[in-house]
Design a protein around this ligand. Structure first.
Ligand code: SF4
Ligand code: FES
Length: 248
């Protein structure tokens, strides 16, 4: 395939960026989107030009670092895949592909396609944990009975990889889907009850401090989420937050 790439180039957090055009040839349908960028970068390096910086790590849909806005969609045109799992067979010979970093005030661009998503880490640090008594009398987690439906819903919420596509998809740059997944994975389990009140209060407070926008129930986050995190988690977050406020 021959393609035309229009890629956001930005030297540093403080410099002004712009879209730059790169023609590319010899792209196979079986290549992943990141492998296509590797081919581009090899060509740029061979010509003595600066390669395009982009984030990646696992390249198998687990780490959440490969966050790109592709033709205006987080993680590109396919559903339930991350950018590293997107294959070039989803594009046609002659296509023009626009590649940008995720856009949100709380995700500032560091360089080219890399954004700083440490705001998510700080939300997680503010409440995404449980305390466990390790005195020697600890009850084995498997000995605590948990309703199958709750266990399944907690497991589904825990599938969130913190990629940030929900924020990039939202017209308000809201982090509600991410935060609700992190709250839900504990709210549904007995192990999560000890810190339940402070968890939801602290995580929502941190989310607001980071400058994410409000949720207006548009649902774009759920559509673009590569892990199928459901809007039901946002409803649960709202219930948890209300109940924490009532408890005071
Ligand atoms: S909720 Fe989905 S889109 Fe948002 S960070 Fe988690 S995995 Fe990514
Ligand atoms: S590189 Fe880890 S999810 Fe894509």
């Amino acid at each position: 395939m021959k393609l035309t790439l229009k890629i956001w180039r930005q030297d540093s957090a403080n410099s002004k960026g712009k879209m730059q055009t790169y023609p590319i040839d010899g792209i196979e349908g079986d290549m992943s989107f990141l492998e296509m960028l590797d081919v581009l970068n090899e060509g740029l390096i061979n010509k003595g030009e600066t390669p395009v910086e982009f984030d990646h790590d696992c390249r198998e849909g687990i780490c959440g670092s490969c966050s790109l806005q592709i033709n205006g969609e987080p993680h590109g045109p396919d559903r339930m895949v991350t950018t590293c799992q997107l294959h070039m067979r989803s594009f046609k010979d002659g296509d023009t592909i626009a590649i940008e970093p995720f856009r949100a005030k709380a995700f500032p661009v560091i360089k080219d396609l890399i954004v700083d998503r440490s705001a998510f880490d700080r939300i997680q640090q503010s409440g995404g944990y449980v305390s466990v008594n390790t005195s020697g009398n600890t009850l084995d987690a498997n000995a605590i009975p948990i309703n199958k439906q709750d266990a399944d819903s907690a497991f589904a919420a825990a599938a969130c990889i913190g990629c940030g596509a929900c924020v990039a998809a939202c017209k308000n740059a809201s982090a509600m889907l991410f935060t609700s997944a992190k709250v839900s994975q504990y709210a549904l389990l007995p192990q999560g009850q000890v810190e339940a009140t402070e968890r939801v209060e602290n995580m929502v407070r941190q989310m607001d401090l980071e400058g994410f926008g409000n949720c207006t129930n548009t649902g774009a986050c759920e559509i673009e989420c590569p892990k199928g995190i459901s809007l039901e988690n946002i409803a649960r977050l709202n219930r948890e937050f209300l109940s924490a406020n009532i408890k005071g």
